[in-house]
Design a binder for this molecule. Structure first.
Ligand code: ADP
Ligand code: ZN
Ligand code: ZN
Length: 760
């Protein structure tokens, strides 16, 4: 229906900006029909005509009165339908989306698709859940009579009466008590119990508290360090202004208690908070602890994770959008939770690369959290035992403030880190054993004492570095601080940053030993080895392959906590936030795997990995021991981790980065070119770089183009160029203009990743 007639009768008409879904990310103007006039506001879901069809979209800009001029406005079409009055996006989120689009060089529609869950976009009607609530209290005598006459009804009555005045999901109540709907109906008919239809599922909040989570004790009294850190956060909250603070606390220093204290303060003030974790499935303990510690203040905590059903997701989003939820826990995308009066965003394990989205928009959850806090005049609290160098640089520049917790709670010792020199092991045993004799003995001792062990094997890295098994020499690029990567095709070593290539040395260039080779067994192989060594031990493996199964992680971790497993074995994803008091041994099977990857962050990752995995040991009363197997025992990150020397590591590493002007000294923008035809990809990458240099001379420092370390992925060839700059916003704007002027072959896609982390 065309709305031309509407405007004509009045002098002025209302015009609103709408961002339709799946329409290239442009904002279109639409007339607001008079019937909707008073109801339209930013962030609402509407249906609009577009071309020959209709679309859903969100109101992007508030209706503005426009003088009817019979010209431009006459051509406008009208909004067809207001899908719901509750806006699905808040004004701060719209502003945040605009920022993400500009900063990360991403079309607005891709940002919208990332922010707004697909079920909300499609406007699925709310799933109705029946709730039960006690309507009428029974006197003691009546209750006794009910108990005798209908014990099941009495049980339900009893259950509801202890919930005070809160309503409880009907399904949950009936299933939990094992009673039939007929029993419930009898109470409803008698007017004792009320049945209400509510649009929000309680399941979203309850999310099955597992045994693994339920064993948490009373809230501890904060130690002076924790209290001091909490006090300054509370002061910042009290100002009502934006603050960003990095909480650098060693593993087991009690950071989580500081977060909880800050959240309590926010709830007390009537505000709301977001708590980000790297991966919900891997942090059941944290989630459980938050729930338990905050239960007296807030029952309705949304746990935002990938396993929510469409209905649950819809319900949770709308409950947040209506302002009914004050705390959300979740991974990266929970930073977009449409909470009202947001006062605090906690980013736990802020150094984790999983906060960076691996596709357009390539946003970083931590950085978006800080920007959102700024928009909302809220506090961003970033915590880690091993902060990212970027975050430390932000502390140095004054962008973040810093709090430190340098000792474990109760002054428990940090575990002793033992470096096992695998070169010597190879010499002494004459073989290439995966597990050193020391580590095998240590494992055996734990089995004898009925203590638990965790083994880490970081399998990341698709091609292997070349390493000398005698002297530990690693082939590196003469132009970059990167290890060269062995490529089977052509049998050569490549540098993935600058494109340098060289033949594979027949013998070690340093010691002339012929024993230079690529190495690295996987977790599966390690599992076989362990089973052979310890046939009666109870062993479980957890890695990316097992991630897919919904409850497996939780179950295995719960089994481990209950002492039903002796050895847990997995990739570094296991290092996140787990707290098992009976673990006294941690083994890092191959520290070199993360060290010699073609990535300038390799040293940082290795240091973080070692410190984090070491942090899993000795959390109970018994001290822990950590074995790190490596062919390069003198490597800086390994030695700094051994001494738990954070400042030493950061200083040395920052010097290295400065030398090559890598992040955090400057921003890195990675421009990826991808296509099925290798020659075309190379041709367009090179042509583009020439074009870019000519059109914007001196705008950025360009390195490459060169083939990506992961040269071919899913039948696509990949090249990339790196741009270094101190002024991202300006550069991205310029880059976007130039990209629109350059015609790529239809077979070649180009992708921009601002502040790239994945360089593979
Ligand atoms: P982090 O998050 O820094 O690794 P946690 O907050 O998980 O440390 O604390 C480690 C352990 O110490 C947990 O089991 C926690 O319950 C306990 N804890 C934390 N703070 C205190 C305290 N002040 N007194 C006693 N125990 C504490
Ligand atoms: Zn050598
Ligand atoms: Zn190089």
């Amino acid at each position: 229906m065309e709305m031309l007639t509407l405007g004509i009768t009045e002098e002025k008409i209302l015009v609103a900006g709408v961002l339709p879904f799946d329409a290239g990310g442009r904002i279109y103007s639409y007339i607001v029909p008079p019937a909707m006039a008073g109801k339209i506001c930013k962030g609402q879901l509407v249906r609009v005509p577009l071309g020959n069809s209709t679309r859903q979209g969100v109101i992007w800009s508030v209706p503005e009165e426009t003088v009817y001029d019979g010209g431009r406005v006459r051509k406008l079409r009208a909004i067809l339908q207001l899908c719901q009055e509750t806006p699905v996006l808040s004004p701060d989120l719209l502003e945040l989306m605009a920022w993400i689009s500009a900063y990360y060089a991403a079309p607005l529609n891709s940002v919208l698709e990332t922010v707004l869950p697909v079920v909300v976009r499609s406007g699925v009607r709310a799933v109705v859940h029946k709730q039960l609530r006690l309507e009428r209290h029974l006197g003691e005598e009546d209750f006794e009579r009910l108990k005798r006459r209908a014990p099941r009804q009495a049980a339900l009555y009893n259950f509801l009466s202890v919930q005070k005045n809160a309503s409880v999901g009907k399904d949950v109540a009936l299933k939990g008590l094992g009673i039939s709907p007929a029993v419930c109906k009898a109470l409803v008919d008698a007017g004792i119990v009320g049945e209400i239809s509510e649009t929000v599922s309680r399941d979203v909040y309850m999310d099955g508290l597992s045994e693994c989570e339920a064993v948490i004790g009373l809230p501890p009294v904060l130690n002076p360090g924790q209290q001091a850190a909490l006090d300054v956060v509370c002061e910042e909250l009290a100002t009502g202004h934006f603050h960003a603070r990095l909480l650098h606390g060693v593993t087991g220093s009690g950071k989580t208690e500081v977060y909880i204290g800050a959240i309590r303060e926010v709830l007390r003030q009537g505000g709301s908070a977001i708590f980000l974790v790297p991966e919900v499935a891997l942090t059941p303990q944290t989630v459980g602890r938050l729930r338990q510690r905050l239960a007296d203040m807030e029952k309705r905590i949304v746990v935002w994770h990938s396993h929510l059903s469409a209905g649950e997701r819809f319900d949770a989003w709308m409950a947040m959008a209506r302002g009914e939820v004050r705390l959300v826990v979740g991974a990266r995308s929970a930073v977009f939770a449409p909470l009202h009066s947001l006062r605090l965003i906690v980013v736990d394990e802020e150094h984790e690369p999983s906060y960076k989205q691996g596709e357009t928009p390539f946003y970083h959850g931590r950085d978006v959290a800080v920007y959102r806090a700024k928009l909302d005049s809220a506090v961003a609290l970033l915590g880690s035992a091993t902060p990212a160098l970027e975050s430390l640089a932000n502390v140095h520049s004054g962008k973040y403030s810093l709090s430190r917790l340098l000792t474990r709670v109760d002054d428990r010792a940090l575990p002793a880190l033992r470096i096992v020199d695998m070169k010597r092991e190879v010499l002494n045993t004459g073989g290439g054993a995966v597990l050193s004799r020391q580590l095998v003995e240590a494992l055996r001792a734990r089995l004898d004492r009925r203590e638990q062990s965790i083994l880490f094997l970081n399998r990341r890295g698709f091609s292997r570095s070349m390493i000398c098994t005698k002297c530990g020499f690693v082939a590196g690029c003469p132009h970059c601080s990167l290890a060269l990567t062995y490529h089977l095709a052509g049998h050569r070593l490549h540098c993935h940053a600058c494109g340098h290539k060289e033949p594979v040395p027949a013998s070690c260039p340093a010691c002339h030993s012929p024993g230079i080779k690529g190495r690295g067994p996987g977790t599966q192989k390690l599992e076989d080895i362990l089973r052979e060594l310890f046939p009666v031990a109870r062993i479980m493996r957890l890695d990316a392959d097992t991630m897919g199964r919904k409850n497996l992680f939780r179950e295995v971790l719960a089994d481990f906590r209950r002492g039903r497993l002796d050895i847990l074995l997995g990739t570094q994803m296991l290092a996140k936030g787990l707290d098992f008091p009976n673990v006294t041994l941690v083994g890092v099977v191959d520290a070199d795997l993360s060290l010699h990857v073609p990535d300038f962050r390799a040293a940082e990752r290795t240091f973080q990995l070692l410190v984090q995995v070491a942090g899993r040991a000795g959390r109970g009363d018994r001290a822990g021991e950590v074995f790190v197997q490596t062919f390069t025992p003198d490597a800086a990150p390994i030695q700094f981790a051994r001494r738990a020397d954070f400042d030493g590591f950061f200083e040395t590493e920052l010097e290295q980065r400065k030398e090559h002007a890598y992040p955090p000294t400057r921003h890195l923008i990675r421009h990826l070119f991808r296509g099925r035809n290798e020659d075309k990809v190379k041709f367009y990458a090179e042509n583009w770089v020439r074009f870019f240099e000519a059109k914007a001379p001196g705008l950025v420092e360009i390195r490459g183009p060169a083939a990506c370390p992961l040269e071919r992925l899913q039948d696509h060839y990949r090249w990339h160029a790196w741009y270094f700059t101190e002024r991202v916003t300006q550069v991205v704007a310029q880059l976007q203009i130039l990209r629109s002027q350059f015609t790529f072959d239809s077979d070649v896609a180009d992708i921009v990743d601002v502040d790239a982390i994945d360089l593979g």
